[in-house]
Write a protein that binds this ligand. Structure first.
Ligand SMILES: Nc1ncnc2c1ncn2[C@@H]1O[C@H](COP(=O)(O)OP(=O)(O)OP(=O)(O)O)[C@@H](O)[C@H]1O
Length: 290
């Protein structure tokens, strides 16, 4: 390439200099592990909300995180998503990405999506538009609104609509959906951005029994292609997901296993029901404490 061509190329107005262009970092899951949390501690005014917490999440798994109010669940999610800084510890996304060096926007860009308890869909927009606005794109919101969707993007929206079961409501205003449907739409909005890891906070709070059942099916269907961490207080729902459950207590992991293992775990019994209590005779009581 001649000097002139090379200079012209450098100053082309339709491209960004490569050293300025955003580089998408690929998460390395060679060891089948997508999240490594080690020795994590967070204090608020001297109070330890997280206390030397260790948590490992496999790539593609659906993990339930439970624990009484104040156990540290939200704080853990906040640290993973860059909302809260920690005092000590490490948080790695795959083997290679140190999340503690990233801000909230960078973490979202890496493919970590978070859904808070209350649905936050754009009520004045249709279901379709909500998903359109959430598509993974290098462009900003305004160009996205005016750009024509590519066939791949249309297919992606169609796929998400099928997954969340809102195909028939596609052109309804999001504000007209039921509470459960809004929650599914918001999960769909996360999916449209093609996340690797989804953090979902109390998805079934306020849902009908039927909606809860459908949500369990939806989250179960997401595992495999995505890794899903669900924070939930509804123990029937957690049981229906039938996956590994992690119990947090005073900022640390108290126990981990299936729901049955958890409910028969001596530490869980001691903390929630007192040393001599038997969970076999009062499973429901134990569940409500958790
Ligand atoms: N910004 C903050 N300032 C002071 N204390 C905080 C702050 N955030 C959380 N805490 C405290 O840290 C502890 C852990 O709170 P966290 O919200 O993580 O618990 P949780 O398990 O999510 O509880 P819940 O189920 O009620 O949402 C609580 O005692 C809480 O009061």
């Amino acid at each position: 390439m001649s000097l002139l061509e090379s200079t012209r190329n450098t100053f082309r107005r339709d491209q960004v200099w490569s050293f300025l262009a955003p580089h998408e970092q690929q998460v390395n899951v060679d060891k089948d592990m997508i999240l490594y949390v080690e020795g994590l501690s967070v204090s608020f005014d001297g109070f330890k909300a997280l206390n030397d917490l260790n948590l490992y999440i496999n790539d593609g798994e659906l993990r339930c995180l439970i624990g009484a109010n104040g156990a540290g669940k939200t704080t853990l999610m906040d640290v993973i998503t860059g909302k809260t800084a920690c005092d000590t510890g490490s948080v790695f996304f795959g083997q290679n990405i140190d999340l503690l060096n990233k801000d909230e926007a960078e973490i979202a860009q890496l493919g970590i999506g978070r859904k808070f308890q209350k649905p936050t869909v754009f009520e004045e927009q249709t279901v379709f538009s909500n998903l359109e606005l959430s598509l993974k794109s290098d462009k900003g919101v305004l160009p996205t609104l005016w750009a024509k969707l590519t066939p791949t993007q249309l297919d992606r929206i169609d796929e998400v609509l099928t997954t969340i079961g809102l195909k028939q409501q596609c052109f309804m205003l999001a504000g007209a959906l039921s509470h459960g449907q809004k929650q599914w739409l918001e999960i769909g909005m996360l999916l449209a951005a093609e996340p690797r890891l989804l953090l979902i906070d109390e998805p079934v709070a306020g849902m009908t029994a039927q909606e809860t059942e459908r949500t369990a099916e939806l989250l179960t269907s997401l595992a495999g292609d995505h890794t899903v961490i669900v924070v939930e207080h509804d123990m029937e729902f957690v049981r229906s997901l039938a996956r590994t459950v992690t119990v947090l207590h005073q900022g640390s992991v108290l126990a981990e296993g299936t729901m049955d293992q958890i409910q028969n775990h001596p530490d869980v019994i001691e903390v929630y029901l007192g040393e001599d209590a038997s969970l076999t005779s009062s499973t429901k009581a134990g569940e409500s404490y958790l």
